[in-house]
Design a protein around this ligand. Structure first.
Ligand SMILES: *Cc1c(COP(=O)(O)O)cnc(C)c1O
Length: 459
């Protein structure tokens, strides 16, 4: 066991230590490799060493370098090392944290983590939480709460509202919750990609007039496309007036609320009935951890609480994951969050999150001055979006192609990776800063490579 563990540790640490020399995106021409990997289940076992060779030499490098400092694509996070150690402990000791009775003190650590998130987000006592595998599953559980609270068994009457910039996990989750696409209204946005209140109110009124039952508004605290923060306070007012559930998708942006000086950017966030967070983004954890907070904790419990003859009796004093979530047997997601936060402390987390916003603001100012680049979205949090324009790029299609080419050329240089998005037929390049490893050096490189490649493209 020790030899195997040390072999894995050596490879893992070497991998992290050399992240800076690895290209921001590996060789992605891998279809042939994927085909060559297809095989039946091995009848006989193997040594560990050749498996590690395969992984670290052949497979891991052929991917986006998501933990790298230059990863500015999609929504980064990075993956802090102590979380991996926590996973190792959780997996080797393999305690059962699905029900409180099987490991009460360990489950208490998970309860602590949920209380910490609750406090950071300024949700009240009485809030209940759930650690999930990601933001999508958090939103799914929120929709279940809203549905059960407002619709009972009348699912077909219920209608949901989100902006046309909302993450597609809203529509996917709605469907999983029995609310099909013909009952999901995607509300148009304003010039800064924020949900339009007038259009929201009109859509709700229209559904009421048609005899349907509006029950849920999903706001975005930072959209994935352009980082837009919906008018959370005004949406909370409207939901109060209309007696609707207000779920806020903070998978990208919620952790900025942990920094008191940044709270004005997310004004109204603590008023939501429920909130999606993604610790594998804003807390820099490795992939696999999302979180949900529900203001009225009883609503979450009502959805999931159950008993069975083979289980211990439910109890009320202590947090019990199976009473607040859909899973029974599960890993121990609380430990990786607990370990990371205990090791780094909340102050360092806040400083890192605030730094990512400063870096994005710094870079956006410089990118906006690059000839040919037009900003479409200033950083509301730590993400900005832009496109390429020049007299020669006369059509939308030409501007789209040139902007996509800019994204590709910058990424192909191997130092930073950026991605784009399509909004209303317009292709926008975007830069999102949210990895704990990203510092000023990567911002300087990003600005420089964007400037050089933009100059070539519009020449
Ligand atoms: C990432 C993201 C999601 C989905 O979260 P997963 O963890 O990928 O399931 C939802 N909404 C927003 C705004 C996101 O950025």
């Amino acid at each position: 066991m020790r030899a195997m563990g040390e072999a894995v540790l050596a490879r893992s640490v070497e991998h992290l230590a050399t992240l800076g020399q690895q290209p921001s995106r590996g060789d992605m021409d891998v279809a042939a490799l994927c085909r060559s990997l297809r095989e039946g289940a091995p009848e006989a076992g193997s040594e560990l060493a050749p498996l590690l060779d395969l992984l670290f030499r052949d497979l891991i490098p052929r991917s986006f370098t998501t933990p790298g400092a230059g990863y500015l694509a999609y929504i980064p996070g990075g993956g802090v090392y102590p979380a991996a150690l926590a996973d190792f402990i959780a997996d080797t000791t393999n305690r059962y944290t699905g029900v409180w009775q099987a490991a009460p003190a360990l489950v208490q650590l998970e309860a602590n983590v949920l209380d910490w998130l609750r406090d950071w987000m300024q949700f009240p006592a009485g809030t209940a939480g759930l650690l999930t595998s990601g933001g999508s599953m958090a939103t799914f559980n929120a929709i279940l709460c809203a549905r059960e609270r407002h619709l009972g068994a009348e699912l077909r009457a219920g209608t949901i509202y989100a902006s046309d910039q909302a993450h597609h996990s809203v529509s996917k989750s709605a469907k999983l919750a029995g609310i099909f696409a013909d009952r999901v209204r995607l509300i148009p946005v304003d010039g800064e990609f924020r949900m339009r209140l007038d259009a929201l109110a009109a859509a709700i009124a229209e559904d009421r007039a048609a005899g349907r039952t509006p029950f849920l508004v999903v706001s975005s605290a930072g959209t994935t496309n352009t980082g837009a923060v919906d008018p959370l306070d005004a949406i909370a007012d409207l939901c109060e007036r209309e007696r609707l559930w207000h779920h806020c998708d903070g998978a990208y942006g919620a952790f900025f609320h942990a920094c008191p000086e940044l709270r004005p950017l997310l004004a109204g966030l603590p008023r939501a009935d429920s909130l999606t967070l993604d610790p594998h983004k804003g807390m820099f954890l490795p992939y696999g951890t999302g979180a949900l907070l529900v203001r009225d904790g009883e609503a979450l419990r009502a959805v999931h609480s159950a008993t069975a003859g083979y289980l211990p009796q439910n109890q009320d004093e202590f947090y019990d994951p199976a009473q607040y979530g859909p899973e029974l047997s599960r890993g121990f997601p609380g430990l990786r969050v607990w370990m990371a936060l205990k090791i780094f402390g909340a102050a360092r987390y806040r400083a890192a999150i605030a730094e990512k916003r400063s870096l994005a603001v710094w870079a956006a100012e410089r990118v906006a001055r690059i000839p040919g680049i037009v900003m479409d979205a200033q950083p509301q949090l730590s993400l900005f979006a832009f496109h390429l324009e020049s007299p020669a790029l006369a059509t939308q299609a030409a501007r789209n192609a040139a902007t996509a080419e800019l994204v590709e050329r910058v990424t192909a240089r191997g130092k930073v990776m950026i991605t784009g998005c399509t909004v209303d037929g317009r292709y926008l390049a975007r830069v999102c800063v949210l990895s704990f490893r990203t510092r000023m050096a990567e911002m300087e490189t990003c600005v420089q490579h964007l400037a050089e490649e933009a100059a070539r493209l519009i020449a």
